[in-house]
Ligand binder design. Sequence first.
Ligand SMILES: *[C@@H]1O[C@H](CO)[C@@H](O)[C@H](O)[C@H]1NC(C)=O
Ligand SMILES: *[C@@H]1O[C@H](CO)[C@@H](O)[C@H](O)[C@H]1NC(C)=O
Ligand SMILES: *[C@@H]1O[C@H](CO)[C@@H](O)[C@H](O)[C@H]1NC(C)=O
Ligand SMILES: *[C@@H]1O[C@H](CO)[C@@H](O)[C@H](O)[C@H]1NC(C)=O
Ligand SMILES: *[C@@H]1O[C@H](CO)[C@@H](O)[C@H](O)[C@H]1NC(C)=O
Ligand SMILES: *[C@@H]1O[C@H](CO)[C@@H](O)[C@H](O)[C@H]1NC(C)=O
Ligand SMILES: *[C@@H]1O[C@H](CO)[C@@H](O)[C@H](O)[C@H]1NC(C)=O
Ligand SMILES: CC(=O)N[C@H]1CO[C@H](CO)[C@@H](O)[C@@H]1O
Length: 341
Amino acid sequence: MSSSLVLHHLLVFASVLAQLMAQTKTGSTSMENTSQVTEVQSDTTRLDTILMTTSVYTTTATAWAAPAIFYPFGSSAGDIEHLEFDNDSFQYVDFSAPFTYFGRKYSSIYVNYNGLLTFNQSLTESHPEPFPTYGNEDYIAALWTDLDDIGIGKYWYQEYTNGSVLDRATQDINQYFPNKGFTAIWVFVVTWDCVLTWDMNAYDRHSDPAITFQVVLISGGGFSFILMNYGDCAAISYPVEAGYDTINSTDYYVIHYHSNGSSIPNLKNTTNVNVPGRWAFLVNNGTENVIGLQMKLGSYLDLTQTQNIESVLQLINQELVCHGAPSYFKLKLRKVTKLKP
Ligand SMILES: *[C@@H]1O[C@H](CO)[C@@H](O)[C@H](O)[C@H]1NC(C)=O
Ligand SMILES: *[C@@H]1O[C@H](CO)[C@@H](O)[C@H](O)[C@H]1NC(C)=O
Ligand SMILES: *[C@@H]1O[C@H](CO)[C@@H](O)[C@H](O)[C@H]1NC(C)=O
Ligand SMILES: *[C@@H]1O[C@H](CO)[C@@H](O)[C@H](O)[C@H]1NC(C)=O
Ligand SMILES: *[C@@H]1O[C@H](CO)[C@@H](O)[C@H](O)[C@H]1NC(C)=O
Ligand SMILES: *[C@@H]1O[C@H](CO)[C@@H](O)[C@H](O)[C@H]1NC(C)=O
Ligand SMILES: *[C@@H]1O[C@H](CO)[C@@H](O)[C@H](O)[C@H]1NC(C)=O
Ligand SMILES: CC(=O)N[C@H]1CO[C@H](CO)[C@@H](O)[C@@H]1O
């Protein structure tokens, strides 16, 4: 029997190197602001009487429909539209409730045409800065690249504090981050719906290759999450980046970075939550500690080989990050013991 086909039963002794303990300190400061969010929650619960019935949005009478993973967007969803006519384009949006991003509370955002969200100032540079930047800005890069410049790029945004979109966000987050009893009280949806065409009249017809993606900011009860949804993304030849980064890059995640956008069609079948095209992250920092996680691991790899152990550790690491551990979290192997099956 080949040893590489034997299912090894393993005890992996790992030590956590991340400074999770240090979170106790930041945890108490962000608690001050949790109470404010809770007040907003009780207000909006009273408002939340009528449920919206919007489901999947279709732009026109043509057969094109956004993928089912997309939150409602476009005029039929009541979105605010920004149609850009220059390459220096962004929209400043005030939030009705603050969004906590890695411990910083932001009450407004810049929706830049280039697929990037920033909090302090607009940033319309079309060439993405590779993460980690170790800079002094927080970035949410849904798909940071050179999107359409002259009248054919189109983006939509909307803030929700009531209605069915909150229910949908609650359901999604509880599915990906279980056991938090999460209830969404605030959702902000931004959709870039771009079409590669020079025909100014055809930008919303989806007859040409599209680059369609969405970012959803979700908060409630002291938690903040971001979801990124990717639909059809036509190949382009510019550098592209998807992911997020923080001031000093204390936390960051790269979904995709490439100097050539011919790679982006694959985004619609990548995921960290087992839903093709969708990525989900917990981003509040400081309010959540991973205390324990039970995992069952079957591996047909020969785990006496170092590189196989590394890939198993990486899987465990990913799983922990999915469950709320910061992405700079590192596992270190202490001992591997082979048990008799
Ligand atoms: C997030 O938590 C980590 C671990 O406690 C801490 O080192 C880091 O400074 C925090 N980041 C922010 C922005 O608060
Ligand atoms: C738009 O882009 C073109 C070419 O990339 C550049 O020459 C022009 O200065 C830009 N316009 C603005 C307003 O930045
Ligand atoms: C952006 O805002 C954060 C939080 O207010 C602040 O710490 C940071 O210095 C700001 N960055 C810049 C470039 O203004
Ligand atoms: C949600 O709240 C807004 C603003 O208060 C209101 O205009 C809207 O009708 C409400 N929508 C639903 C579905 O309750
Ligand atoms: C990107 O890749 C495509 C296909 O490989 C190639 O045709 C194109 O020239 C590349 N563009 C750049 C800017 O490298
Ligand atoms: C970022 O790093 C600089 C220089 O080390 C430091 O002064 C600043 O406080 C850091 N900012 C945050 C938000 O951690
Ligand atoms: C991912 O998407 C691309 C583009 O739609 C497709 O060609 C490819 O077959 C997909 N890969 C998988 C593994 O589904
Ligand atoms: C840690 C933190 O973000 N604290 C803020 C909580 O909210 C108050 C009032 O808005 C701010 O003054 C604190 O800086």
